[in-house]
Ligand binder design. Structure first.
Ligand SMILES: *Cc1c(COP(=O)(O)O)cnc(C)c1O
Length: 373
């Protein structure tokens, strides 16, 4: 029987060569490959700086640190996301406050955000869910009005655009992940994009123990003195991973093209059927990390797809329904009814650049048979 995952990386011979070169070089970490990877992602999305870190979760943590988020602060987040989006607020001793999503796109709803703002609110983290940019102009106006910082969790949306501007330039900081299911893979990896020099500096401090210079620059300038001025972490990315990332970035345009072709194929075949894809805003170019549909009787459909070898997934269990959140913040059903209702019907179906046409047809026919049966 066929086995089709919902997402997977694509590694080429060029990617392998790039990693082999890094292994033969002088630096396995904190070397020139990291800076090159940072430049390639910054150039691609039009951002001023890129700061590479160990993974997307570390990138979110670093973003919260850079903004000095701390105890007593509130940060508004959507419930329809991976838990890390809210966990990063808890890492800083602050409180994530959940604002519900729009029913058609499952993107954070600016009206719901407005209702959650208090005098403790410091920032908004909005998620470009499935790869579709949020309503950034409205979020920006809201953030400016209340003096809040704006962070984009762009882990789904590398290569997406909003009104012609690249994801990576739409918030004070934008976070990417390079986990193998995402657009560009480094194994584990993450990056924060920003145009602000002050944030760039704090992010670099945070990923390196809070120490003011790194070992390589000390060696180059012949100095031994360093100071630790903040409590940071070792969140560095290796040169081995960065070399893979730079090589993968060259292939991003092809990856995006392929993802958009697959989405168009699915869109066409599901039109007028009980399989209902999410709405796409007029003013965006979707990056399609995920292809999410709503189906009746989701659990049965999920089981039948899995039995047919199709790796469907559910993105996501609303974060405020996880036991940890229920137990520590007292969240639960009724807090974000739109996300809770969507959660009962959504399914992510296979979406990755190397998905074959035969497999796409098989996914469509199996899914349509299942919902009709
Ligand atoms: C993948 C992902 C993350 C976390 O990234 P890691 O690299 O796995 O730590 C955070 N937020 C969202 C929305 C993601 O999809």
């Amino acid at each position: 029987m066929r086995k089709i995952p919902y997402g997977r990386q694509h590694i080429s011979e060029d990617d392998i060569r790039a990693v082999a070169e890094a292994l033969k070089s002088d630096y396995l970490t904190t070397g020139p490959q990291v800076a090159e990877f940072e430049s390639s992602v910054a150039a691609c999305c039009g951002a001023g700086h890129g700061v590479a870190v160990a993974n997307g979760t570390a990138a979110l943590h670093a973003a919260m640190f850079a903004l000095n988020i701390g105890p007593g602060d509130e940060v508004i987040v959507p419930p329809m996301t991976f838990a890390a989006t809210a966990n990063c607020v808890l890492y800083m001793g602050a409180t994530p406050v959940f604002a519900d999503v729009c029913p058609d796109t499952l993107l954070i709803d600016p009206d719901k955000v407005r209702k959650r703002v208090t005098d403790r609110t410091r920032a908004i983290i909005a998620v470009d869910y499935a790869g579709q940019p949020c309503d950034w102009n409205t979020l920006r106006a809201l953030a400016d009005k209340h003096g809040l910082s704006l962070v984009a969790d762009g882990c789904h949306a590398l290569g997406g655009t909003y009104r012609g501007a690249g994801v990576g330039t739409l918030a004070d900081m934008t976070v990417f992940s390079f986990h193998p299911v995402k657009h560009v893979a480094t194994g584990e990896g993450g990056m924060i994009m920003t145009d602000r020099d002050d944030l760039d500096q704090r992010l670099r401090l945070f990923r390196n123990h809070g120490i003011t210079t790194d070992a390589r620059s000390r060696e180059e300038t012949g100095q031994w003195f360093y100071e630790m001025t903040e409590l940071g972490y070792n969140y560095r990315l290796t040169d081995i991973q960065a070399a893979l990332g730079t090589s993968q970035m060259r292939r991003l345009p092809d990856f995006l093209k392929r993802r958009r072709e697959i989405a168009a194929f699915y869109d066409e075949r599901f039109a007028g059927t009980p399989v209902r894809p999410l709405a796409v805003r007029e003013d965006v170019e979707h990056a399609y990390h995920l292809y999410v549909v709503r189906v009746p009787d989701r659990d049965r459909v999920f089981n039948e797809l899995r039995a047919a070898g199709i790796g469907a997934q559910v993105h996501y269990i609303p974060v405020h329904l996880h036991p940890y959140y229920r137990n520590t913040l007292g969240t639960g059903e009724g807090l974000c009814p739109v996300a809770e209702e969507a959660y009962r019907h959504i399914l992510s179906i296979p979406m990755f650049p190397s998905l074959e046409r035969d497999d796409m047809r098989y996914v469509v026919s199996t899914l349509l048979e299942t919902v009709h049966g």
